[in-house]
Design a protein around this ligand. Structure first.
Ligand SMILES: Nc1ncnc2c1ncn2[C@@H]1O[C@H](COP(=O)(O)OP(=O)(O)O)[C@@H](O)[C@H]1O
Ligand SMILES: [Mg+2]
Length: 262
């Protein structure tokens, strides 16, 4: 039972009349590198916020590491890390100050916090500008410090919302290496992306969400090999994704309407 890192049952979130996440049933096994894929506005960030306690579900529930989130929020939060959509950094601190604050918040002692903070700043190549405030970091640097803060306490599940957005190729390479190493050590990684290639390259398991509903879920091999459709026809991950994002032509925007621009 506790071999599942994340289980959701009919997880739902409404914003007024809009159902942003609609009865999602997800299962993520411990140690999986899980990709949560979907076009803009599909409900990925809303799902991650519900799985990390940043947003309460309207209905349904989430179980993390065998614990019901709603009834064990502190115990769950101790064991997870998250880089949410807005990152939520304290921008008037330097990177080192921020990591010290976060480490101490998680209850790490001072020497451990200090050591981990130095190692993380080094690894993220943020160590050479110790006096720079996070407010003056580039977007990519802010992503890196947010990731460092999300792992300083050694979480068992790491949630990342669009982690590669605005990160340069060099930093992305280092980040992928770090995430790969973490999964080897048994950490579960739950990553959202609207880019199929990123998920295909990194993840072993994938779910696809569109308009709040889960449309596919399985191992990358299973989804690549194709899901037998109703008439026995096979649909691959790429076909599913392209049909959702509309690049199969059926939903391509009409450029005629923008003729005044061209
Ligand atoms: N706080 C909010 N209030 C109202 N609508 C929201 C709010 N957050 C998200 N939404 C809506 O919910 C839908 C899903 O959003 P989101 O989860 O951010 O999508 P994704 O991360 O997949 O791009 C969108 O239509 C978005 O406009
Ligand atoms: Mg999002």
């Amino acid at each position: 039972m506790t071999d599942s890192a994340i289980v959701t049952e009919k997880l739902t979130r409404r914003f007024g009349n809009l159902i942003a996440v609609d009865g999602v049933d997800l299962t993520v096994a411990a140690g999986q590198f899980f990709g949560f894929l979907g076009p803009n506005g599909a409900g990925k960030s809303t799902t991650i916020k519900m799985l990390t306690g940043l947003l309460a579900p309207t209905s349904g529930r989430a179980t993390l590491l065998g614990l019901d989130f709603a009834s064990n929020p502190i115990e769950v939060k101790r064991q997870i890390g998250v880089v949410p959509e807005g990152m939520g950094l304290f921008e008037r601190l330097t990177g080192a100050e921020y990591l010290e604050f976060v480490g101490r918040m998680y209850g790490l002692d001072r020497p451990t916090t200090q050591r981990r903070s130095e190692e993380l700043l080094d690894f993220m190549q943020l160590a050479d500008r110790p006096k720079t405030l996070i407010a003056d970091y580039s977007h990519g640097m802010q992503k890196k410090i947010a990731l460092a803060a999300a792992v300083i306490h050694g979480p068992r599940i790491l949630f990342l919302d669009e982690p590669f957005e605005g990160v340069d190729a060099l930093a992305a390479g280092a980040l992928k290496a770090l995430l790969g190493r973490m999964t080897e050590r048994g950490v579960t990684i739950f990553l959202t992306s609207h880019v199929l290639e990123i998920v295909e390259r990194l993840c072993s398991h994938v779910a696809i969400i569109a308009k709040g509903r889960l449309v596919a879920q399985g191992s990358l091999e299973e989804l690549r090999a194709g899901i037998a459709g109703e008439e026995g026809s096979k649909t691959t991950l790429e076909q599913i994704f392209l049909s959702i994002v509309g690049q199969d032509g059926s939903q391509r925007p009409n450029l005629e309407e923008l003729s005044w621009l061209m």
